[in-house]
Write a protein that binds this ligand. Sequence first.
Ligand code: UD1
Length: 420
Amino acid sequence: MDKLIIQGGNRLNGVVTISGAKNAALPILCAALLAETPLHLTGVAALKDIATTIKLLDTMGVKIARNGSQVSLDASDVASFEATYEMVKTMRASILVLGPLLARFGTARVSLPGGCAIGSRPVDLHIKGLQAMGAAIHITHGYIQASTLHLPNRRLQGARYYMDIVTVTGTENLMMAAALAEGTTVLENAAKEPEVIDLAEMLIKMGANISGAGTDVITIVGVEKLHGTEHNVVCDRIEAGTYMVAAAMAGGEVKLLNARADLLDAVIEKLREAGATVTSDKDSITVKSDGKLKAVNIRTAPHPAFPTDMQAQFMALNAVASGVAKVTETIFENRFMHVQEMQRMGADISIDGNTALVKGVATLDGATVMATDLRASASLVLAGLVARGETVVERIYHLDRGYENLEAKLNALGANVKRV
Ligand code: UD1
């Protein structure tokens, strides 16, 4: 199994280009199922989760051509309406095929995701939302079996639906389903993440009638058909944020290209509070730091608040900052698995419920650590970049799910990271 070997202590300087967002690409690829003519995408990063989604769509009969970051998908001839347990267990976001399949073909069979390293992540709101639109849904043998065959014209029916928890993929699944429903759907307490907006913008180009994406009420007037279009996937704000924290911790000056500061307000504010200098223009961000940071309190919450997907990286930052920080995780239970590993590197962190108390130490010690989820892995790499000596990060397949060319990008900035 691949691992990363990091020699800590190098400053980071130079330019890094941020890839298209994984979390935008996944729903966007699934939205291909809604279109009767081909969809042409650019900015699709070479990531494990994206390969898994492409494989899933391929098993359904979607014809896919890929050339670097360009992907074309033709769903004119879909033959299977199923996402098996084997697919869904490797990637929870496979649930995103449920809404599109049901809306266009009137039937879908999708495995329930089951447990996941960062806590139980149910899909009850996806299911209840589709039921509100009239779908008949049964859970049998671990599968969600959904149908619209009893409905007028076999189409989902527009509905008002209030999500009592803000859910990103839930909002996306229901927005895609509603795009082909009969009548108007109003999604209340919708997720406002930039990836939801990117998906909505693409659906509109496909012929959908959607307003309010990016606010907490999204209104979708269903149409009978959607067609293909061209779309460039929005840049990855979490990848960008990770390199920004790397630069702040290691010291130096790093310019991120294809990065949008307006998607990272909460993160940038915290980096400035920690003592880094952050400047930006329309599609680049520059971080300058002397590597001497102050502890910053973090509380995760839905966008535009501080993203849970940046919590682990800021844990690493706080581990070597001066002072004491409180890091509170409000989105996922059990998303502190990086803490134990950081403790093995000498970090002084204690956990009480969903809050971690981080007392900064002068320096971390290189150690062999194991990654347990995507962002936890990234935080261990950040810790390794500033640790004394050698850090070995094992199980890095998690990193390959979400970071394109991680070691090449870091090494181009002056880091010393080897994959073995
Ligand atoms: C998405 C992101 C993930 C990010 C998360 C929160 C993708 C592919 N993944 O995950 O990187 O960490 O948003 O920003 O975009 N919940 C329910 N019932 C549901 C759905 C969700 O209780 O039906 C709960 C979850 O358990 C969690 C919270 O709602 O506590 C938010 O989860 P959600 O926004 O759905 O996360 P994902 O969409 O899975």
